[in-house]
Design a protein around this ligand. Structure first.
Ligand code: A3P
Length: 272
């Protein structure tokens, strides 16, 4: 690791930047920010604040590992460094690149009900447009083409978890990839986080008391040394109401891909 001068000149004592020993690879809208924030409650975890997009963006990857290292937070030698870039999971080039950096790296993948993920994905892009005061089509306009489910809609493809996971399994054994149940992380985060602690071989230091349910937000928030905080308001947004028949089509569409995914990972999830 580089012995560090802080990014703004200050040299935090004895700390250095380290390449990540674990990466949250996705999925987009799976709960990746919540997972990163919750894991950061652990004193032995140092997290990169922003999405780094090293392995998926050529203009970053071409700058090499030195550039990547420079994006990492300063940490002590005993700390684990983690970054999250949800686009990694669905980028076919990424698994090989991560493997060539560190074939023994531990990967975190947080997934949620694939249909719900599609609605969340749409909602995200919708609000990006609203922010820029640009109009954006209704979700039906994306989901339906010629009276049928539009399987060309990009958000549907991102929810085909077995397709993307297969790319990773060409380079990493399943035991190196811990799958976090994103639906459970919403309903009851502590048990899911305990599993992550064990997977990363961290001492059990995150407690149930680090989480409290915030009725106003409708989600769990974090309590860290007496300091309470919820995720940004862009996390946990209402999804569009979709016609039940169309929603059913969506559920049916994912039925077979989900079965294949469960087979691939030897585990089932409580999805539609
Ligand atoms: P929605 O906003 O669609 O509900 P990501 O960080 O990968 O973009 O994922 C965003 C999703 O994280 C949110 O999607 C929300 O459901 C989920 N999430 C999980 N735990 C959360 C929490 N404690 N607070 C807010 N959102 C949470």
């Amino acid at each position: 690791p580089l012995q560090g001068e802080g990014r703004d000149g200050a040299a935090p004592n004895g700390s250095a930047q380290q390449l990540p020993q674990t990466i949250i690879i996705g999925v987009r809208k799976g709960g990746t920010r919540a997972l990163l924030e919750m894991l950061s409650l652990h004193p032995d975890v140092a997290a990169a604040e922003n999405e780094v997009h090293f392995f998926d963006w050529e203009e970053h990857y071409s700058q090499g590992l030195g550039w990547y290292l420079g994006q990492m937070p300063f940490s002590s030698p005993h700390q684990l460094t983690v970054e999250k870039t949800p686009a990694y999971f669905t980028s076919p080039k990424v698994p090989e690149r991560v493997h060539s950096m560190n074939p023994g790296i531990r990967l975190l993948l947080i997934l949620r009900d694939p249909s719900e993920r599609v609605l969340s994905d749409y909602t995200q892009v919708f609000y990006n447009h609203v922010q820029k005061r640009k109009p954006y089509p209704s979700i039906e306009e994306f989901l339906v083409r010629d009276g049928r489910l539009n399987v060309g809609y990009k958000a549907l493809n991102r929810s085909l978890y077995h397709v993307h996971l297969q790319n990773w399994l060409r380079f990493f054994p399943l035991r190196r990839i811990h799958i976090v149940d994103g639906d459970r992380l919403i309903r009851d985060p502590f048990p899911e986080i305990q599993k992550v602690e064990r997977f990363l071989r961290l001492s059990p230091q995150i407690n149930a008391s680090n989480f409290y349910f915030n009725k106003t937000k409708g989600f769990y928030c974090l309590r860290d040394g007496g300091r309470d905080r919820c995720l940004h308001e862009s996390k946990g947004r209402a999804h569009p109401q979709v016609d039940p028949k169309l929603l059913n089509k969506l559920h049916e569409y994912f039925h077979e891909p989900n079965r294949k995914f469960f087979e691939l990972v030897g585990r089932t999830f409580d999805w539609h």
